[in-house]
Design a protein around this ligand. Structure first.
Ligand code: PLP
Length: 622
């Protein structure tokens, strides 16, 4: 709009300017135009700019006139006061800021001119008129994928729909094609346990499907608190905190803790899960990787630092791809000696080990744990010595979610600082309710653990008899070594397509190149008939693909424990020297006797006619 015209519009609206003559108004508006091309402004920010810009005089002529206005005047004076205060503050902070000083100091021209150039680049974008090609985004995606295809690490997801009523059966993409699942991490079939499902249904009907927000805003409920209290009791710790997954729990806890501890150094087992590695990276703390379960190596690394340096040792109890077991008591002893805290991932052990399903740390003190109700500390026990335990609700507990259990102050600190906990929607009510039901159920029932352990032992024995190369370990996981990515995938496809058996192949980077495998996880529902079918199918696939048997690996000097003597691999596989399984025979007998008493003399079913079960049951009844 023409400025003179604008001025006459203003003058009509303003009772003060209405009394000002038109020639005076014209003079004011022309003066404003001559000095400044920006619109009239009464903002403190603009006035501050005016004090250094060429339009200052013209603007102040107008302002001087306008400030006499009874309507606008007080606002202009208030703005002037604010502007003067802001300028004083700026001067004070500029005096304290070395960068601001540099910018004003002519001797630091290089710095200020380079800053000016950067600002110019940002303020004056390229014209984009050239014919230069843009970055080939699609090409980059395809090149990354081609690399995965080339090294055979490209991941194919199978369409597997596990049927609650027919566990461990599932249908594939075709609903009438039924397969048996032998690689699920729903280790104990809790995802379809009626106790769990009913608790979830009730919570769904009462509280709905979603959490409604973050824990901070509308997403914190009695069920969250209940779940955390249940977890703290299970692990005999002061407090627990739930996360959307244990990946998040590990990442958030390690990164928050180790970026807060001054000059923290992290010691991480070579076979640690990606979630811990991510947390370590995000913490930006110094790290050392120790060889898997190698205490001498760990000690050598720890000894480089004074006791006063904050240190965290991160490791697992059951390593999911090898089934090896972390050397928890020895690592706790080293931690104490060198002033470190311990971070133990019990993801593959919770629900599975210990008389209450608290994990391998609980299992070390089996008898004392059995005698002492959950929630009570057992001073001096292995569990008591571990500082931070992390676990998942998504594997043996059958649902989804992750958690940490530790001292109240550590948990409160993570709750207060970890973005991965704070800025995300909390777990929904049915998940919390189902998790509570599952934890409580497994803290009492020994049936599922007994069946899982005995089925695993039967399978390992059968495969060993056939020369199918089982990676030795003392846990519930049955890794079968193949040794190359292509054959591992072929074997998995043949099992699925020709035998209706689903066992996923595990390739790099989940395991090192050359150690590709099939990872089998027997559950309580895999009976003798299903096992015989699996063993027969594996034998046939091994023959057709010409895969190496245990003897072949032995001839080559062995690989990841296959074809090596147990004595040599004992420290590597973990647990106690001379003891084959974490669940020892006498503990399985005790578990069976306990269930027998609990169920009024009815034995665990189906308990017959499995060889290992027979031996244990007859010893119980004898
Ligand atoms: N830690 C280990 C050792 C794992 O194997 C996994 C997942 O497989 C996780 C943590 C992450 O657990 P979640 O599935 O709850 O994210």
């Amino acid at each position: 709009m023409d400025p003179t015209k604008a001025m006459s519009v203003f003058s009509k609206a303003c009772p003060y300017l209405a009394r000002t003559g038109i020639s005076a108004l014209q003079a004011l508006s022309v003066a404003g135009l001559a000095g400044a091309s920006r619109p009239l402004s009464t903002s403190a920010a603009d006035q501050a700019r005016c004090s250094v810009c060429p339009g200052h005089t013209a603007q102040s002529a107008l302002l001087a006139k306008a400030s006499e206005c009874p309507v606008v005047g007080p606002s202009i004076r208030a703005n002037e006061a604010a502007a003067s205060k802001a300028a004083t503050l700026r001067q004070a902070s500029a005096a304290a800021c070395p960068f601001a000083k540099c910018a004003e100091d002519p001797s630091t021209e290089a710095i200020s001119s380079s800053t000016a150039t950067d600002n110019r680049a940002a303020a004056e974008p390229a014209t984009h008129t050239s014919q230069e090609a843009t970055f080939d985004y699609e090409g980059m995606y395809q090149a990354k994928l081609a690399k995965k295809h080339d090294d055979k690490s490209y991941r194919y997801f199978n369409n597997i729909n596990r049927l609650a009523a027919k566990y461990p059966q599932a249908h594939t993409a075709n609903a009438s094609n039924i397969v048996s699942v032998w690689c699920s991490n729903d280790y104990l079939g809790q995802s379809k346990n009626p106790v769990v499902v009913d608790a979830m249904k009730t919570a769904l009907d009462t509280y709905g499907a979603g959490a409604g927000g973050t824990r901070n805003i509308a997403g914190n409920s009695a069920l969250h608190l209940r779940l955390e209290s249940e977890l703290a009791m299970l692990h005999r710790k002061e407090a627990a905190l739930v996360f959307s997954s244990c990946f998040v729990a590990n990442d958030a806890t390690i990164s928050t803790l180790c970026s807060s501890l001054p000059d923290c150094v992290i010691f991480s087992d070579k076979m640690n899960h990606a979630s811990m590695i991510q947390g370590i990276r995000n913490s930006r703390a110094k790290k050392h990787i120790f060889d898997h379960n190698n205490l001498a190596h760990l000690e050598q690394l720890l000894a480089q630092y004074p006791r006063s340096t904050p240190k965290l040792i991160a490791f697992e109890s059951v390593y999911s791809m090898s089934g090896t077991v972390g050397r928890i008591p020895e690592i706790c002893t080293l931690a104490k000696k060198y002033g470190a805290i311990t971070f133990l991932d019990e993801v593959h052990a919770v629900g599975m080990y210990g008389p209450h399903g608290a994990g391998v740390a609980e299992h070390y003190d089996y008898d004392a744990s059995l005698r002492t109700p959950v929630g009570q500390r057992i001073p001096g026990s292995v569990l008591d010595q571990v500082d931070i335990i992390t676990g998942t609700l998504g594997k043996a507990f059958g649902i989804v979610g992750g958690y940490i259990a530790a001292s109240s102050s550590l948990v409160d600190m993570v709750r207060s600082y970890a973005p991965g906990f704070i800025f995300t929607t909390s777990l929904p009510p049915p998940i919390n309710a189902g998790a509570v039901a599952s934890i409580q159920y497994l803290s009492k029932s020994q049936r599922e653990r007994f069946l899982q352990q005995t089925h695993m032992r039967e399978l390992k024995a059968d495969l060993t008899d056939m020369g199918i190369p089982v990676v030795p370990n003392p846990s519930h996981i049955v890794p079968v070594l193949v040794g190359d990515a292509e054959s591992a995938k072929l074997a998995s496809d043949m099992l699925l397509n020709e035998h209706n058996i689903y066992v996923q192949s595990i390739n790099y980077p989940t395991v090192p190149v050359g150690e590709e495998r099939l990872r089998i996880t027997p559950g309580p529902g895999h009976d003798a008939h299903m096992r015989a079918r699996l063993v027969g199918a594996l034998d046939s696939v091994w023959n057709r693909l010409g895969l190496k048997r245990t003897m072949d690996w032995e001839r080559e000097g062995g690989r990841c424990g296959v074809g090596e003597s147990r004595v040599n691999s004992e420290l590597y596989v973990g647990w106690k020297r001379g003891v084959e399984y974490v669940w020892e025979d006498h503990q399985l007998r005790q578990a069976h006797a306990y269930e027998l008493a609990r169920k009024g003399g009815v034995p665990i079913k189906p308990a017959i006619p499995e060889t290992v079960q027979q031996q244990i049951v007859s010893a119980t009844l004898a």
